[in-house]
Write a protein that binds this ligand. Sequence first.
Ligand SMILES: [Zn+2]
Length: 156
Amino acid sequence: MTSQQEEPLTIDGRWDIPYRHTAGQAASRFFRELKENKRIVGGRCPSCRRVLVPPRSFCERCFVPVEEWVEVGDKGTLETFTIVYAQFTSLPPPPYCVGVIKLDGADTGLIHYVGGVDLQDLEAAKKALSVGMRLQAVWRDQREGKITDIEYFTPA
Ligand SMILES: [Zn+2]
């Protein structure tokens, strides 16, 4: 035995884990509204009055239950975004854009794809996208009760 520290080994591997879990009350309502009524709903906190989208069962600031449902618009403002040029497992082929969109009537941002913009040319994409720009949802005709029932948000 030596007191010298040995280099740790690395082990390559891959996780591919199918799973199923309950969406919970708030997310179930949110996804059903997308599918059945083509509406986006949030929850209004009874304490701070913020409209949380997507809705959650508890306000993370006030620690109180959120039980009031509020319909918000399917248009909103781009708060921030990134354009992805690398391939990631289970995500679309690049390039694609992911943004945080604050929907009209909401006080929080929804993370979603931003589309309808040519992303192949980065310089052109940088001109076409900007924080503060208006976006609107592009809905799928066949909806399944998933966040991807909104295909992406496009410049309005
Ligand atoms: Zn609150």
